[in-house]
Ligand binder design. Structure first.
Ligand SMILES: Cc1ncc(COP(=O)(O)O)c(C=O)c1O
Length: 392
């Protein structure tokens, strides 16, 4: 007998930290494992947070977020999508991660079915698993035109007991971007069947065709069973700040208030005031990062596109490559051996859901010199271990 719920007792560490925690902050390592670059949050954001601290902003905030942040989010979303989102629909519970966690808790419990579009970032699976729900995956297909998945395929995987669907577009790790038509189709099916659609749009400003990805908000009615999760980590280089937001139907605002209270009692106050500055003054910086990621993708394209062993397709969004090596059967051994021999940190494919043992993930948000060096070491390693299936 043990006091923990089975789902918690058997929970696994994600494969990214499993590898990274062994050599985190080691200056010898080129870290392409986490979903972040090496650019520090810009001065004007840090200054706003410092000013808030100096101003004595150290008290509890409203659990749904500071009113000025929610108002700034309304203006930002209006500018981006031409929508007038009622701030009653916006909550700042803490990080985007927390937004996904609360959304999953709201919809799923023991005996329910939760459907996840995969390959998927491992923390999402953990979030779904701890609710006690049964997990299902509907997998994107790797085609000559990149990663693809239609709305019909997702709808076809919905069961009568499905209570929530998780979709991340642009996708970590594949870069797949769902088009507006498919989004509308999937949302209509969720509306009809009373399924909560959890749309994770944290990479909304990182697409390689245009300025931002299509958002479910653009095809939604205000009371659809939809939670759009977003955050400051990626577009404004604020991973350590732990601030994100959700847009939900207004009728769920009481539940968001109560659950935000339980989980974190709202986001850190001075971090929220930094986030206001990010929204109000951050457009040039967002564009600067977009340029950096564009060039990062070109560098990866150049290194991997015609590689004889590494099967790579250029991502449409986010800042990851998710290549495959046909005869690779142990992605963890592959990244561990690469780390030991070449001091390059990657994420093993297995951790991104079923069917990914031949893959690895590489984040190209780092500065270009380090990225180029990391890619050289990676290709050298792969070439040295030709017949890579026999690595161990
Ligand atoms: C798909 C996805 N969702 C959510 C998050 C979490 O974002 P945040 O740092 O804002 O919690 C990440 C971070 O890597 C992510 O890749």
């Amino acid at each position: 007998m043990h006091p923990l719920r089975d789902e918690i007792e058997t929970i696994e560490q994600n494969g990214i930290t499993k590898v990274a925690f062994t050599r985190m902050h080691d200056p010898e390592v080129i870290p392409l494992w986490f979903g972040e670059g090496d650019v520090v949050t810009p001065d004007f954001v840090r200054d706003a947070a410092k000013a808030a601290l100096d101003d004595g902003q150290t008290f509890y905030a409203h659990t749904r977020g500071r009113p000025e942040l929610r108002a700034a989010l309304q203006v930002y979303l209006d500018g981006l999508y031409g929508l007038d989102i009622d701030p009653a629909r916006i909550t700042v519970p803490g990080s985007a991660m927390l937004g996904v966690t609360i959304a999953a808790q709201m919809a799923l419990s023991n005996g329910d079915h939760g459907l996840i579009v995969s390959p998927v970032w491992p923390n999402i699976e953990a979030v779904f698993r701890v609710t006690g729900a049964e997990l299902g995956h509907v997998r994107q297909r790797l085609t000559d035109n990149g990663w693809q998945l239609t709305a019909e395929e997702i709808i076809g995987a919905i069961r009568p007991d499905t209570k929530a669907i998780f979709v991340n577009s642009p996708c970590n790790p594949t870069g797949w971007v769902m088009d507006a038509e498919s989004q509308a189709e999937l949302l209509a099916a969720c509306r009809e069947r009373g399924v909560l659609l959890i749309a994770d749009e944290v990479y909304h400003r990182t697409v390689f065709d245009g300025d931002h990805a299509p958002s479910f908000l653009e095809v939604a009615r205000h009371d659809d069973p939809l939670v759009v999760v977003n955050g400051f980590s990626k577009a404004w280089a604020m991973t350590g700040w732990r601030v994100g937001w959700v847009v939900t139907p207004a009728r769920h605002r009481l539940q968001w208030t109560a659950l935000s209270e339980c989980f974190n009692t709202g986001a850190t106050v001075f971090a929220q005031l930094g986030a206001v500055a990010a929204l109000q003054q951050g457009e040039d910086f967002v564009r600067q990062l977009q340029q950096q990621y564009r060039r990062g993708r070109e560098i990866v394209d150049h290194a991997l596109r015609d590689h004889p062993v590494i099967d790579y397709c250029s991502p449409a969004g986010a800042f990851y490559a998710f290549p495959k090596i046909a005869d690779l059967s142990d992605s963890l051994a592959f990244v561990e051996d690469l780390l030991a021999e070449e001091d390059v940190g990657l994420a093993p494919g297995y951790t991104f859901g079923p069917g990914n043992e031949s893959h690895f993930r590489l984040c190209f948000a780092q500065s270009h010199q380090r990225l180029e060096e990391g890619l050289q070491r990676l290709t050298r390693f792969v070439e040295r271990h030709h017949g890579i299936g026999n690595l161990r």
